[in-house]
Ligand binder design. Structure first.
Ligand code: IMP
Length: 434
């Protein structure tokens, strides 16, 4: 497909980074389209673990990797990540990375503001990276853009416009007095700006031209459908829109240029932070899956809440995003669980509904209705991967394959791949490998 969006179908942490890295060899350009360093994409290649928060996952394969206008950029984090790659022999120069000149910059006040608000009356359980506040500043037109960061005169002008407003808001509303001075902020950010000046690009034009020149473009989502600011479990959501339609809007291309949308679905569900999670497992089994699946936040280290797979949520995402295919991840983590529950409907307000409840009164009272499938034992997953080159999903143990088939049948979306380990090669493709 010339242009594909790969995005999360649940509450994030489905393993999108690994999938984007795996499939990025089929694409020429990889585009991160929303969110910021609240994301945490972990990719393991040849014994090396790469943890990326901001960089598109295409950088590992040295593909042209773009940060689109809808992403929010913390240049301190961008520097840490590019330095990390340089130390490991994969220098990320402006030939690899481009940052759209319109992308908004996370400034020191945004992180203070995020932390201070989390201590208030409505705790969301944010990642504390200033994501909500930077999107608020953008909407309120008191933001700093990447083009300002990299041009000293623009940075000075932007700070003169924004700084007094933010300093006053922080002090008067949140009682925060630790904000570095305007001069210190200019000094620090101007230094970062100088380094990143060569990376300034117009991703909108570049992506449009790439597609018109017959190149393939992969759009990488961060967070996920149920964290979407409009369609997720509001207010326990992020401040951007991970849904597929926003890939075009954020990248600045016509929606008609997106040719396929693929969902990443973890074999069970997880969620970090506050908010409704009707299939949550608060027992021993939840703890077992958390440990086995290493379900601790890449960005914050927080233990993730764990629960059964919710296919009504996948159905909601299918309607919003129009899935052409599903990638199932972490199937191996469920090995040894005797019986596997999958939520296919809800009981709420005295009636059975077969959709994910979205209005507050429905969601609060919703009790999941499960279908139970037989579990599968521990298996030689490496062997399954090897055999899958010829046998596809038939290389999976019987009940694991049935679990995959159940997801496919219920969702009505073909399953394209199944991941059974964190490594790049620990993936089974539906048919024989090309
Ligand atoms: P924020 O995006 O930091 O404002 O956090 C808002 C909500 O989204 C919180 O519940 C976070 O835990 C969640 N969140 C943000 N980014 C991610 C992610 O990459 N994976 C999982 N949850 C996330």
């Amino acid at each position: 497909m010339p242009s594909t969006v790969i995005l999360g179908a649940q509450w994030g942490d489905e393993g999108k980074g690994k999938l984007v890295d795996y499939f990025s060899d089929r694409y020429d350009v990889i585009v991160r389209y929303q969110g910021g360093n609240n994301a945490g994409h972990t990719v393991q290649v040849a014994g090396m673990t790469y943890k990326m928060h901001l960089l598109p996952s295409g950088v590992i394969r040295r593909k042209r990797s773009l940060i689109a206008s809808g992403v929010v950029v913390d240049p301190r984090v961008l520097k840490q990540e590019t330095d990390f790659f340089t130390r490991h022999g994969l220098e990320i120069g402006p030939d690899i990375l481009g940052v759209d000149f319109r992308a908004h910059i996370i400034m020191p006040w945004h992180t203070f503001w995020d932390a201070a608000r989390e201590k208030g009356t409505q705790k969301i359980g944010t990642t504390g990276r200033g994501i909500g506040p930077v999107y608020e500043s953008k909407a309120a037109r008191v933001g700093v853009r990447f083009e300002d960061l990299v041009k000293p005169e623009s940075l000075k002008a932007a700070l003169e416009h924004c700084y007094p407003f933010h300093a006053r808001t922080l002090k008067e509303i949140f009682g925060v007095n630790e904000l570095p001075s305007l001069e210190e902020t200019f000094k620090q950010y101007n230094e970062l700006g100088k380094q990143f000046r060569p990376y300034l690009c117009d991703a909108s034009i570049e992506i449009d031209q790439a597609l018109k020149n017959g190149k393939n473009v992969l759009f990488e989502g961060a967070q996920a459908t149920l964290l979407d600011n409009n369609f997720g479990t509001y207010p326990y959501v992020t401040s951007s829109q991970p849904i597929a339609a926003n890939a075009a809007a954020s990248a600045g291309i016509s929606p008609k240029l997106i040719s396929a949308v693929e969902a990443v679905v973890k074999a069970y569900a997880t969620r970090v932070g506050e908010g409704p999670f009707p299939t949550e497992l608060k027992d021993e089994l939840g703890e077992q899956i958390r440990k086995r699946g290493n379900e601790y936040g890449t960005t914050t280290g927080r233990p993730r809440r764990v629960g059964w797979l919710d296919l009504t949520a996948v159905e909601l995402g299918k309607r919003l995003n129009g899935y052409d295919g599903i990638h199932i991840t972490k199937l191996d983590v469920l090995a040894g669980v005797k019986k596997l529950n999958v939520c296919t409907a809800y009981q709420t307000n005295g009636k059975k509904i077969n959709y994910f409840p979205t209005q507050h009164d429905e969601l609060e009272k919703a009790k999941p209705v499960f279908e139970t499938l037989p579990g599968f034992e521990e298996y030689d997953w490496q062997e399954a991967c090897r055999k899958s080159a010829k046998e596809g999903f038939n290389a999976l143990p019987n009940n694991a394959r049935k679990y995959v088939e159940f997801i496919e049948k219920q969702s009505g979306v073909p399953v394209l791949s199944v991941s059974v380990g964190p490594g790049r090669e620990e993936i089974l493709l539906r048919g024989a490998k090309a």
